[in-house]
Design a protein around this ligand. Structure first.
Ligand SMILES: [Zn+2]
Ligand SMILES: [Zn+2]
Length: 245
């Protein structure tokens, strides 16, 4: 907190509430102590590639080990396990226009980036199809990436990676999801990311198919050297009741 903010707070004390449980808290921390302790932050050992929690000595999760296609994204890390109440919050930022949550979530993503000592040249939020973006009025991935881009002074590109087909938002199996995202993205200017490290930002990773497909076109068409990804949440070991992404 800056000196100016401290003085303003003394003169005009504000009332802050926890973003998750709405109890009153003293400072603009956004999340109260109780919630900090109980929220499903990812703290355990994770898959070196996709960031999925692994419960044994393996370096990679079963999903990554089983994958027969070449790995296109180099690394993904996430703040939370995609379970309640995070599932509910993410639904709110996507469908209930709960924009006030982006500030906290954006800061958590910035912290994740710093904690993992990542570096990148360009941030690219995973794009929505133009139709869906118009319906929703915003792309939640772009809002999530905002704090990282501004606080770390990293350029954000929302123009050259585009979603060319409007894939359904919910499908039942990983296989259908992969088929759905195959060819869904493209880079509009060949080689525009020549030799660059790109950081993708999205709300959730489940099967990894979306991130994988974005990374494929960023490298194959855009010429990117490396593709990293940060998401707010990572699905626990596959739960078929949740939308696959
Ligand atoms: Zn709380
Ligand atoms: Zn993995």
């Amino acid at each position: 907190m800056s000196l100016k903010e401290k003085i303003l707070n003394l003169l005009y004390p504000k009332h802050y509430t926890c973003l998750f449980c709405h109890t009153e808290i003293d400072e603009a921390l956004d999340i109260c102590d109780t919630c900090q302790k109980t929220l499903p932050y990812i703290k355990d050992k994770v898959c070196l590639r996709c960031g999925q929690v692994v419960h044994d000595e393996s370096e990679y999760c079963d999903n990554c080990k089983r994958s027969t296609e070449p790995w296109k994204f180099d690394l993904c890390r996430s703040v939370f396990v995609y379970t309640y109440p995070i599932t509910k919050m993410i639904r709110s930022i996507k469908y209930d226009n709960a924009k006030y949550m982006f500030d906290t979530f954006g800061k958590l993503l910035t912290q994740l980036y710093l904690d993992h000592e990542l570096t990148c040249d360009i941030i690219i939020p995973v794009p929505l199809h133009e139709e869906r973006r118009k319906q929703r009025g915003y792309n939640q991935a772009e809002w999530l990436a905002m704090d990282l881009a501004t606080s770390q002074n990293i350029p954000m590109d929302t123009e050259h990676l585009i979603r060319s087909t409007n894939t359904p938002s919910q499908t039942s199996t990983i296989t259908t999801r992969k088929d759905n995202v195959a060819g869904a993205f493209t880079v509009t200017i060949p080689n525009i990311y020549h030799n660059k490290t790109i950081l993708l930002v999205d709300d959730v990773i489940t099967s990894g198919a979306t991130i994988q497909e974005c990374a494929r076109v960023l490298k194959d068409i855009g010429g990117a050297k490396q593709v990293l990804a940060l998401t707010l949440a990572h699905s626990p070991v596959r739960d078929t009741s949740l939308p696959i992404k």
